[in-house]
Design a protein around this ligand. Structure first.
Ligand code: ATP
Ligand code: MG
Length: 436
C-alpha cells in the first residue's frame, strides 16, 4: 500500500528518509507546503521534513547521500536530482523542541500543518484545515509579531491570497497595511523572487493593487505609481497605471512577458506633453526601456533578462499595420531576435486589448505573425555568425590586426546582408569587403 496525505502519494524517498530517522529514535514529520498542497489536491513542489535530530546527526545518518547545508538548521539531501530539505525543529532550544513549537514559528495557519509519519495523522494545532475550508490566509498567532520577524511574509500573504483565490483575514490584512513600509528591511533578492511569483499568477493586477494599497509597491517600484490616475488620450480609456495593469493581466504568464508588460509604458508620465490640448507621449518606448533597465538593475535581475525585457519594451511600438516589406521585418527580427519576436507580438496584442475600448480583432497582428512564420522558416542571416565569411577572412584580406574594427566590419556586412540576403555568399562578401 502506498502511503498518502489526503490523496497525494508520498514519494518513496521521503518515506525512506523519514523511516530511517524514526528507526534511529528521532522524530520525522512532513511539513509546510507539502501538507497544504496535498490537502488542496495540488501537485507538491517540494517535500520538506522536520525532525528533532540536529543537522550534524542528519548528515551522519545520511552519509551515503549527497547533501549540502546552505540554510541555518537545514540539510538538503539530494537523490537523482531531487532535493529533500530536512530541517531541525525551529525553536528556542531545538533539542527539546516539539513539532508544535516548530509549527508555531511558521507564517500562516494553512502552512503550519504537519503530517505525522508514525501516527499517520495531520498535526494541525492552529486550525489550518479550517482556514482552507473558509478560504482564508491568516497569520499564526499575532500577525504584527510575525511580520516583524520577517516582513517578506506580507508579500507571501498577498501571493497566497492571489494564487489560491483566498481572502486575507482582516486582522492580518490590517497588520500588513500598518507595516507595509517595513518591506524595506528585506533583501532585494527575496523581494524580487516573491514579486515575480505575484507577477506570474493568473490575475496579477489584484496582487499589484493590494501591494499598492498597503504601501509595498511604493517601496519596490515607486515609478509605477507615477502613472496612477494619470489620464491619456482618445486611444486609451484608462489611466496609464490602469492600462499597465490590464496589459499585464492580458499577456501570457511567462515571466519575461509579464515584466515587459509591467514596464512597457512605465516612463509615460515622465514624457507626456500636452500638444493642442491632447496628451502626447513622444518616444515613450525608448524612455520606458531606459527606466526598465534602471529598475531591473536595482532589483538585481540577470543581465540576460534585462537585455530581453528592455529589447521588447524598446520595440513594442513596432509598425505592423502597413504592408511591411520582408526587409523591414528582417530588421525588426535582428533587433529583438527570433526567440523574442513572438513575445513581441503577444505583448502588442495584450497592449491593444488593454486600450479598453472593447473587442480588438487582432487580425492585422495575425497577418503579421504569418509573415514572421514564413520568414523564420527561411532562416535568414541575423547574426554575424550567420555570415558566410568570418573575422579571419577580414583580417587576411584587409591585412589588419584582430580587434574591435573587425567586429565593426562584420556588423556592416550583416547590415548589408539583412537588406539583401542574396549577398550572403563568400565571393560576394569578399568583393563587398573592398567597397567598405
Ligand atoms: P512555495 O513553495 O509555493 O513558495 P511554500 O509555502 O511551500 O510556498 P516554501 O518557501 O517552500 O513556501 O516554504 C515551506 C514552508 O516553510 C512554508 O509552507 C511555511 O510553513 C514555511 N515558511 C516559508 N517561508 C516562511 C517565512 N518567511 N516565515 C515563516 N515560515 C515560512
Ligand atoms: Mg514550497
Amino acid at each position: 500500500m502506498q502511503e498518502t496525505i489526503h490523496k497525494t502519494t508520498i514519494p518513496d524517498k521521503v518515506l525512506e528518509i523519514s523511516n530511517k530517522l524514526i528507526a534511529e529514535g528521532c522524530s520525522a514529520f512532513i511539513v509546510g507546503g507539502a501538507v497544504r498542497d496535498s490537502l488542496l489536491g495540488f501537485d507538491v513542489k517540494d517535500w520538506d521534513i522536520a525532525t528533532n535530530a540536529s543537522p550534524e546527526r542528519i548528515k551522519k545518518l545520511f552519509y551515503y547521500m549527497t547533501s549540502f547545508n546552505l540554510k541555518h538548521g537545514t540539510v538538503t539531501l539530494v537523490s537523482r536530482g531531487d532535493h529533500f530539505e530536512v530541517t531541525t525543529f525551529r525553536g528556542k532550544d531545538s533539542s527539546a523542541a516539539s513539532i508544535e513549537e516548530d509549527l508555531s514559528h511558521r507564517d500562516f495557519r494553512l502552512n503550519a500543518m504537519a503530517y505525522d509519519i508514525i501516527g499517520k495523522i495531520i498535526v494541525d494545532p492552529f486550525n489550518g484545515q479550517k482556514d482552507i475550508r473558509k478560504k482564508i490566509i491568516r497569520a499564526v498567532g499575532d500577525p504584527s509579531a510575525r511580520f516583524q520577524e520577517d516582513p517578506l511574509r506580507m508579500m507571501r500573504a498577498i501571493r497566497f491570497s492571489l494564487e489560491l483565490g483566498y481572502k486575507i483575514d482582516p486582522v492580518t490584512l490590517k497588520s500588513v497595511t500598518l507595516m507595509g513600509a517595513d518591506i524595506e528591511k528585506v533583501s532585494i533578492e527575496r523581494i524580487r523572487d516573491e514579486f515575480l511569483k505575484i507577477l506570474t499568477a493568473k490575475k496579477p493586477s489584484i496582487g499589484l493593487n493590494l501591494l499598492r494599497k498597503v504601501g509595498i509597491l511604493e517601496k519596490i517600484i515607486p515609478e509605477l505609481l507615477e502613472g496612477y490616475r494619470k489620464r491619456q488620450n482618445d486611444y486609451h480609456k484608462y489611466s496609464i497605471y490602469r492600462h499597465i495593469m490590464e496589459t499585464i493581466d492580458f499577456v501570457d504568464s511567462d515571466p519575461i512577458l509579464r515584466l515587459s508588460a509591467l514596464f512597457h509604458d512605465i516612463a509615460k508620465p515622465r514624457v507626456r506633453k500636452k500638444i493642442e490640448g491632447k496628451w502626447n507621449f513622444y518616444d515613450h518606448a525608448s524612455s520606458s526601456a531606459g527606466l526598465a533597465k534602471d529598475i531591473m538593475v536595482r532589483m538585481r535581475f540577470s543581465n540576460e533578462w534585462i537585455t530581453i525585457v528592455t529589447g521588447l519594451v524598446l520595440n513594442h511600438m513596432f509598425d505592423y499595420k502597413r504592408a511591411l516589406s520582408d526587409r523591414a521585418i528582417r530588421r525588426l527580427l535582428k533587433k529583438v531576435g527570433i526567440d523574442n519576436i513572438y513575445r513581441l507580438i503577444s505583448l502588442r496584442r495584450a497592449d491593444n486589448m488593454a486600450h479598453g475600448w472593447g473587442e480588438v480583432s487582432g487580425e492585422e497582428l495575425d497577418v503579421f505573425k504569418e509573415k514572421i512564420d514564413a520568414l523564420v522558416e527561411k532562416c535568414p542571416p541575423l547574426n554575424t555568425s550567420d555570415l558566410k565569411i568570418n573575422g579571419n577572412d577580414i583580417i587576411n584580406k584587409r591585412n589588419i590586426k584582430p580587434g574591435p574594427k573587425v567586429g565593426r566590419i562584420l556588423q556592416n556586412l550583416l547590415e548589408a546582408v539583412i537588406e539583401d540576403p542574396e549577398l550572403n555568399e563568400r565571393d560576394k562578401l569578399m568583393e563587398k569587403l573592398d567597397e567598405l
